[in-house]
Design a protein around this ligand. Structure first.
Ligand code: KG4
Ligand code: ZN
Length: 346
């Protein structure tokens, strides 16, 4: 019998649905929400309203593109958390209703677990090399920055985390200071490709072990710009490429320094990245070069699987299905949902 799973992701401002059959992704539809741009950040009420409008058409499109009917679905999976509660509620309620109506299994997925497993996404047409367990995952998103040891599909251990802002937040906050639109990460990335990363230097934090700190960077960029603008009011517009390249280099250096330390400490030579910031060109190059230089195997998911998407929820749900790990109808979403809680370690 085929294992056919419909997966839903609605943790923040993207509504996404994917279909996976016997471990291969057949469709992955994403509806982005542009309503937030004029506010400079995600507005939770608008996000949940957009999810409500998008979820039915997005699911219909995912089923159609996959060429499967609702009756073919053996399980429906959804992101339970972490994320915005109102947004999560839309995906959770939809999945619970779908499971009831079509008498299929229900699978809850932690959003961070899914970002880590994005390196295992395969489609019928493009096969990629998969990490071997145990592997190290650098998880860098808008809300999280962690170094994780993945012992197996369903057993993971966090060895480093940010003590304040996430790497994606650092990109977005620095972009805001520079007057770039939200989310700023991709804009910094674009400008950085045309700029000199050594043009300016910003202080890096000294935090012990494998933990990160990014809150100082925004302040340091802010003070730097204030001083420069005093001398030249057009400093930002005249030097935007170099500023972006230098900010991006600082963020990447902070990430790579900790990743290097974690690789040395654990002796693990398999390295994967995941999360929205893993779409960054500079970080992707840095990881690939790091692997080449030291002989490590690196796994960099396609860009569309790094930012929020339901394909990563689907591959995670597939492995939970194989482990017969199902949820019941009384489940509710969780705005805060650490991997430790999820894996039952606390
Ligand atoms: O994983 P994600 O889509 O959502 C969360 O789970 O948070 O990550 C979103 C974050 C945002 O901060 C966004 O600016 C950042 O990923 N991002 C990037 C790039 N694309 C997305 N940051 C740097 N360079 C990019 N190309
Ligand atoms: Zn995410």
């Amino acid at each position: 019998m085929n294992i056919t799973i419909l997966a839903i992701e609605s943790s923040c401002d993207d509504t996404s649905a994917a279909v996976i059959q016997n471990g291969l992704i057949l469709s992955n539809i994403i509806a982005n929400q542009s309503v937030h741009q004029e506010y400079g950040g995600v507005v939770p009420e608008l996000a949940s309203r957009s999810h409500q409008q998008n979820i039915v058409p997005v699911v219909e499109k995912a089923l159609k593109q996959a060429g499967v009917s609702k009756q073919d679905i053996t399980a429906v999976a959804f992101t339970r958390g972490p994320g915005l509660l109102g947004s999560l509620l839309v995906g959770t309620s939809f999945a619970k209703g779908f499971a009831l109506a079509h008498q299929c299994k229900l699978i809850e997925v932690n959003h961070l677990h899914a970002h880590v497993l994005a390196s295992f996404i395969q489609t019928p047409t493009e096969r990629i090399a998969e990490p071997q367990f145990p592997f190290l995952s650098l998880l860098v998103s808008g809300g999280h920055t962690q170094i994780i040891i993945a012992h197996s599909y369903t057993n993971m251990e966090i060895i480093g985390t940010t003590i304040d802002d996430a790497a994606g937040e650092a990109f977005d906050k620095c972009a805001k200071v520079l007057g770039l639109p939200y989310p700023g990460g991709p804009h910094i990335d674009n400008h950085a490709q045309k700029g000199n990363p050594l043009a300016y230097s910003f202080n890096k934090p000294s935090i012990p072990d494998f933990d990160f700190s990014f809150s100082g960077l925004k302040t340091s960029v802010l003070y730097f710009l204030r001083d420069q603008i005093k001398q030249n009011p057009d400093f930002i517009s005249q030097n935007i490429d170099d500023i972006c390249a230098s900010v991006q280099k600082t963020i990447i250096d902070i990430l790579m320094q900790k990743l290097h330390a974690a690789v040395k400490h654990t002796g693990i030579r398999e390295i994967a990245i995941g999360g929205g910031v893993a779409a960054n060109s500079g970080l992707r190059n840095a990881i690939a070069e790091f692997g080449k230089k030291y002989g490590y195997n690196t796994y960099i998911p396609e860009r569309k699987y790094t930012t929020d998407n339901a394909a990563m929820i689907a591959i995670t749900a597939y492995h939970k299905y194989l482990a017969q790990d199902f949820a019941s109808q009384d489940i509710s979403p969780r705005a805060r949902y650490s991997l430790q809680e999820y894996f039952g370690k606390i």
